[in-house]
Design a protein around this ligand. Structure first.
Ligand code: TPP
Ligand code: DXP
Ligand code: MG
Length: 596
């Protein structure tokens, strides 16, 4: 059974890509859990749930697994709307014990009998939220079973004191003094071999029938277990592209340009080489944010705090208050977890923390839980914040330098997942802090004001409109806060329509522009205003190549809005055929110093 399930998981992920290592680590655990407990009557909750592929195969979704992480396909995480066997959605870590205690409490209040099982990894266990939940559950006395899936790995190696404690417990050296979980009121069992069904099956049955309060089963597993390419790789094939099953070699297209992440990391390394107050912080995403590259150059100035975004932000605030220049590199979606720390510890104290916001905007296969939708509206509405968005990777280099020099209050710059545009990067001598927006192409009827990387589509839209005799200006806002009010006045005074475009939820850049213009009586009808944002409905599992089509944030959509706003019907047929092929070339003068 385990061999078949492991083989099927490998076969599927070799075609779909996704999170392989963690799924392979819980093959036997998944079998044992579903053998001993009766889902969906019993509640099985997977933390992060990136390891849920075997669970999905065993719960009626095997036939659909090749649609994993694709448009209208199965989610790469558990999802309530997808199956009764997914009682709670996840993807952000460390939520399972809280949710499990919720289910257990509801069960007891309604005098139901079901069991509640939460499977949480050692990495996810390192987050504060897991401790909050254990603190509450341990005292509650409610029967529930937490299975700690301890493979001594996060995405990369686990960090922190918990990792050391678990190692001591695994080696038995911590057993005599009792362990953390017992001290939190859990009946601790283990450590046991999480791959040994002969141990797991009778033990889980006994724990199931105990029903005398919260239990923690410490299962020791191997991430990537049973597949040599995964077991022998540094990250245990945490997240993979489609791959050759026999060799393990992943299909990796030749990148046309360095990723935004790499450009950020290299730019930060450059700045740090000239300023030893610059330090870098990651919350267990060293490779994903490029901070692993920074660490190779500045190991003593790099801090991986574990899956602890809240702590990461306030830790950065402390560093800033003490005169350092902290760069907090956190994915947009995961930064959501630290919002109060951003408001209370950073903004209200006006501390110069630098936020490098990677994966800002749509991210494709990881779907709605990972889309970077809210960082603009969350940060640009905070007092004293400076909020920037890079329109390409050259701009990102200038923004890193701007952030390094910015010592008066918090500053954030956002950039997307994946490859850059291939634009030439500025040399050291060409790098200058930026302070305002800029006009890229001058027109006269409609102004397209982009905040971020949708600029390329605005330039394409300009060419589409030109074919129809409509003249468009394209401008790069660069800042959502402070707004470049001179640029806004220029655009409003000299055009009959202004369209703002941002890859973020409504309430961010466009809303701030509207607020500014309305409150200064600049929307008196001479210039119509439209805003283009990410739709409220999340773009679920849109494949990377059609997510902007789904989000209606392409050149075609921009041109259509301009046309309709100007009261011009759709172009005649022969014009429709003339589509603009290829990427709009950014004008050579785009990156000249005087444009800063
Ligand atoms: C709040 C949050 N921060 C970061 C991540 C990114 N992330 C996904 S899985 C993972 C590591 C999880 O480690 P562990 O719980 O031990 O699971 P394993 O992969 O070892 O099975 C991280 C950091 C996340 N999902 N949620
Ligand atoms: C499960 C999880 O949250 C991470 O593995 C995430 O999927 C990484 O995203 P990137 O692939 O964009 O680094
Ligand atoms: Mg782990």
């Amino acid at each position: 059974m385990a061999g078949e399930l492991r083989g099927e998981t490998i076969r599927i992920v070799s075609e779909t890509g996704g999170h392989l290592g963690s799924s392979l680590g819980v093959i036997e655990l998944t079998i044992a859990i579903h053998a001993v407990f009766e889902a969906p009557r019993d509640t099985i909750i997977w933390d992060v749930s990136h390891q849920c592929y075997p669970h999905k195969i065993l719960t009626g979704r095997r036939a659909r697994m090749l649609s994993l992480r694709k448009k209208n396909g199965l989610s790469g995480f558990t999802r309530r709307a997808e199956s009764d066997y997914d009682p709670f959605g996840a993807a952000h870590s460390s939520t399972s014990i809280s949710a499990g205690l919720g289910f257990a409490t509801a069960r007891d209040l309604t005098h139901e009998q079901g069991h509640v099982v939460c499977v949480i990894g050692d990495g996810a266990m390192s987050a504060g939220m897991a401790f909050e939940a254990m603190n509450n559950a341990g005292r509650s006395g409610r029967p529930m079973i937490v299975i700690l899936n301890d493979n001594d790995m996060s995405i990369s190696a686990s960090t922190g004191a918990l990792q050391q404690h678990l190692a001591a417990v695994r080696e038995g050296s911590g057993a005599n003094s009792g362990n953390l979980f017992e001290n939190f009121g859990f009946d601790y069992h283990g450590p046991v071999d999480g791959h040994d069904l002969d141990t797991l099956l009778p033990l889980l049955a006994r724990l199931r029938d105990a029903r005398n309060g919260p239990i923690l089963l410490h299962a020791v597993t191997r991430k990537g277990a049973g597949y040599a390419p995964a077991e022998t790789s540094g990250d245990k094939y945490h997240g993979v592209n489609p791959f050759d099953v026999y060799t393990g070699v992943q299909a990796k297209g030749q990148p046309k340009a360095p990723s935004y992440t790499k450009v950020f990391a290299d730019a930060l390394i450059q700045e740090a080489g000239h300023d030893d107050r610059i330090v870098a912080i990651t919350a267990a995403m060293a490779a994903g944010t490029g901070i692993d590259r920074f660490e190779a150059s500045f190991p003593k100035r790099t801090f991986d705090v574990g899956i602890a975004e809240q702590h990461a932000v306030t830790f950065a605030a402390g560093l800033a208050a003490a005169g350092m220049k902290p760069f907090c590199a956190i994915y947009s979606t995961f930064l959501q977890r630290a919002y109060d720390q951003i408001v209370h510890d950073v903004a209200l104290q006006h501390l110069p923390v630098r936020f490098a916001i990677d994966r800002a905007g749509l991210v494709g296969a990881d779907g709605p839980t990972h889309a970077g939708s809210f960082d603009i509206l969350c940060l640009a509405n905070l007092p004293g914040f400076t909020v920037m968005a890079a329109s390409d990777e050259a701009e990102l280099v200038h923004m890193v330098a701007t952030a390094a020099a910015h010592d008066h209050g918090p500053i954030a710059f956002r950039y997307p997942r994946g490859e850059g545009t291939g634009v030439t990067l500025p040399t050291r001598g060409e790098i200058l802090p930026i302070g305002r927006g800029r006009i890229i192409e001058q027109g006269s009827q409609v102004a397209l004001l982009s905040f971020g990387t949708r600029l390329a589509d605005c330039l394409k839209a300009r060419r589409l409109l030109a074919l129809e005799g409509i003249s468009a200006t394209v401008a790069d806002a660069r800042f959502a806060k402070p707004l470049d009010t001179a640029l806004l006045a220029d655009l409003v005074d000299n055009h009959t329509m202004l369209i703002t475009i941002e890859e973020g939820a409504t309430g961010g850049f466009g809303a701030l522009v509207l607020h500014h213009l309305a409150n200064r009586g600049m929307l008196d009808g001479r210039c119509a205003l439209r805003t283009m944002t990410l739709p409220d409905t999340f773009i679920a599992q849109a494949s990377p190549d059609d997510m902007y089509e789904e989000a209606k944030l392409t050149a075609r959509h921009i041109a259509a809005l301009a046309r309709s706003g100007l009261g011009i019907a759709r172009p005649n047929a022969d014009l429709r055929r003339s589509t603009i092929a290829g990427q709009a070339e950014l004008p050579a003068r785009l990156h000249r110093a005087e444009d800063r």
